[in-house]
Write a protein that binds this ligand. Structure first.
Ligand SMILES: Nc1nc2c(ncn2[C@@H]2O[C@H](COP(=O)(O)OP(=O)(O)OP(=O)(O)O)[C@@H](O)[C@H]2O)c(=O)[nH]1
Ligand SMILES: [Mg+2]
Length: 291
């Protein structure tokens, strides 16, 4: 069953065409994914589009993800021959590693340019990835100034734009792209609770309720503590997901006059707590158990 949502507006198709058109102008592609969902936040259409290019995979928002699991993902990619690095673009962490790896990946291009007398030729990099994964934030961090508009919602960047980081790096920002056939319902949920899919196009109480179930499955202690519900394996654990969601909402004081539970308000609280890292540093997908 799929969430009944339209996550692939026409401008994403346009962006995929634009990426294909501009690809020959760049030396390397920097693909940002969300370190909390490395499996679901990589676009297979982008993957095949950029397969012929040198590329660096950036596991961004690593400040919100489980550090050990991020390390496991990076080792997993290394086994597959993909260079991946962790990054926290908001706090400017991991930038040197990105610069260094771009240089390594493009060493032969720089060497050839040098042999032709073009010493100090900048590396041209295109930054691509799913919406809201932090592409523009990363570009601003690498440029050390605000060159690109950023925002806490998907679909902020609307067209491509070049920015000069320093004498070594030139960067092209791109709008985020999803793909028309998202894999599983669980992937769709992961993309929604992390903020890659617009909350306007989905029923947020359903998403939050299922999100709570996923979080309890992966991080029971942190999740049950935050939402003041009994953990699995304890006597008071509520096994029915809907009842559990209502109990959590009640415990957080989301009650309307007349005693009805305010599910919408709790859904917003749940998503805000998760997205801001208040539940803890959480990664929803592991390389040994991506789904
Ligand atoms: N915690 C955390 N937040 C981040 C990080 N990088 C970006 N963000 C936040 O994520 C949100 C989206 O960032 P953008 O840079 O606009 O994302 P984008 O990929 O350019 O998004 P689109 O242009 O819509 O595709 C903003 O609220 C950023 O502050 C990070 O490493 N850690
Ligand atoms: Mg952007």
């Amino acid at each position: 069953m799929a969430l009944d949502i339209n996550w692939f507006p026409g401008h994403m198709r346009k962006t995929l065409r634009s990426i294909a058109d501009q690809l020959s102008l760049v030396d390397v592609v920097i693909e940002t994914c969300d370190a909390r969902i490395p499996f679901s936040s990589r676009n297979p259409e982008l993957d095949s589009l950029i397969s012929g290019k040198r590329r660096l995979l950036v596991l961004n928002k690593s400040d919100l993800a489980d550090e050990k699991v991020t390390a496991a993902w990076i080792a997993h990619y290394k086994e597959q021959g993909i260079v991946a690095v962790p990054c926290d673009a908001s706090h400017r962490k991991g930038l040197d590693l990105i610069r260094k790896n771009c240089q390594l990946l493009c060493a032969d291009i720089l060497e050839r340019a040098k042999n032709k007398g073009r010493i100090g030729r900048p590396i041209r990099a295109m930054v691509v990835g799913i919406p809201n994964s932090g592409k523009s934030t990363l570009i601003n961090a690498l440029c050390n100034r605000k060159v690109a508009i950023t925002g806490d919602r998907p679909g902020v960047t609307r067209g491509y734009q070049w920015a000069r980081s320093d004498s070594m790096l030139e960067l092209m920002d791109m709008p985020g792209v999803l793909w028309p056939k998202l894999a599983s319902r669980r992937s769709q949920l992961c993309l929604t609770i992390t903020g890659a899919i617009k909350s306007e196009v989905v029923e947020m109480t359903d998403v939050a309720s299922e999100g709570l179930t996923i979080l309890i499955d992966r991080y029971p202690v942190e999740t049950c503590e935050r939402f003041r519900i009994d953990a699995p394996g304890t006597e008071g654990f509520i096994s029915d997901p809907d009842e559990r969601f209502l109990a959590a909402a009640k415990n957080r004081g989301c009650i309307l006059s007349g005693g009805r539970i305010d599910e919408e308000r709790f859904a917003a609280i749940f998503l805000d707590d998760f997205r801001s890292g208040r539940v803890g540093r959480i990664t929803l997908e592991r390389p040994d158990r991506p789904e």
